[in-house]
Design a protein around this ligand. Structure first.
Ligand code: G3H
Ligand code: ZN
Length: 287
């Protein structure tokens, strides 16, 4: 059964570790992440962007696929199905479709509009036991059409949004979606510390989790980050493993063109990447 992400993240913040949100794109992606979580006794959050939602035929298809896998793969660790960077409409649609968690990303609105819209989503989601993530400041770069200026969050605004009763908070602290540029200034730990102080027990979310040095990840966790989103790194390892299989001509040998064979190296690469992140985040054995 899908669960809200609230309990797993409150527990993670108290225990000083983070739960990974890994974005899904298809059946192989979903199966690889769920099996890795189960094998490592780790809670996990499956992230779905609105673009990936459309790609996978819509939110109901995704709920059906994930719920079917939980049952038929005997997944017993806590799993949340979470809308990533949702619009106001997208949040409502995923709540209706059976997601167990939603992000309403109102960061591109002014603070007053962000507050009003977030409040509405919180009321709707909580009436159904669904957890809510909100965002203040913005994440740099671009993910699936969501573009951010990389504006560092104001701790006072973070407190205003946290006080609306959201379950976890994403704040811009110099993090960027996609690959980090060589001249990246790093995470702003001074601001993260202030946000953590201002928001108390609120689990904080670090977006743009691909390519951040391990030491920075650990410091972010020590300053209240309890959820870390990873997407690009899984895409990179999947593409690399698939390319290698094709370039080595393995699809030309025997029945190497069978899609189940072509996709197998990428599937294994995602599993290895997710396991490595779970080790780094400290979520292994925490289910
Ligand atoms: O919302 C999802 C993420 O923030 C993932 O970022 O693609 O840089 O890992 P990433
Ligand atoms: Zn993100």
């Amino acid at each position: 059964m899908l669960v809200s992400a609230k309990e797993m993240l409150v527990k993670a913040k108290k225990g000083k570790y983070a739960v990974g949100q890994f974005n899904i794109n298809n059946l192989e992606w979903t199966k690889a992440i769920l099996l890795t979580a189960q094998e490592n006794n780790s809670p996990v959050i499956l992230g779905v962007s609105e673009g990936a939602g459309k790609y996978m035929c819509g939110y109901k298809t995704i709920v059906g696929m994930v719920e079917g896998m939980l049952e038929e793969l005997n997944i017993t660790v806590p799993v949340a199905l979470h809308l990533d960077h949702g619009s106001f409409e997208g949040a409502k649609e995923t709540i209706a479709a059976g997601f167990s968690s939603v992000m309403f990303d109102g960061s591109h609105y002014g603070i007053e509009e962000n507050v009003e819209k977030t409040k509405e989503i919180v009321a709707l989601a909580h009436s159904k036991g669904i957890s809510v993530e909100a965002e203040v400041g913005s994440i740099g770069g671009e993910e699936d059409g969501v573009v951010g200026a990389g504006e560092v969050a104001d701790p006072a605004e973070c407190k205003r949004i946290a006080d609306l009763g959201i379950d976890f908070l994403a704040a811009g602290i110099g993090n960027i979606h996609g690959k980090y540029p060589e001249n990246w200034a790093g995470l702003n730990f001074e601001v993260l510390g202030k946000i953590n102080e201002a928001t108390g027990d609120m689990p904080l979310v670090l977006h743009g989790g691909s390519g951040i040095p391990d030491e920075m990840i650990k410091e972010a966790i020590s300053l209240g980050v309890a959820k870390i989103n990873v997407n690009t790194e899984c895409q990179l390892v999947f593409a690399e493993a698939t390319r290698k299989y094709i370039e080595e001509g393995k699809d030309q040998q025997g029945k190497g063109y069978d899609p189940r064979k072509v996709l197998a190296p990428g599937f294994e690469a995602i599993k290895a990447c997710v396991k490595e992140k779970m080790e780094l985040f400290g979520s292994i054995g925490q289910a």
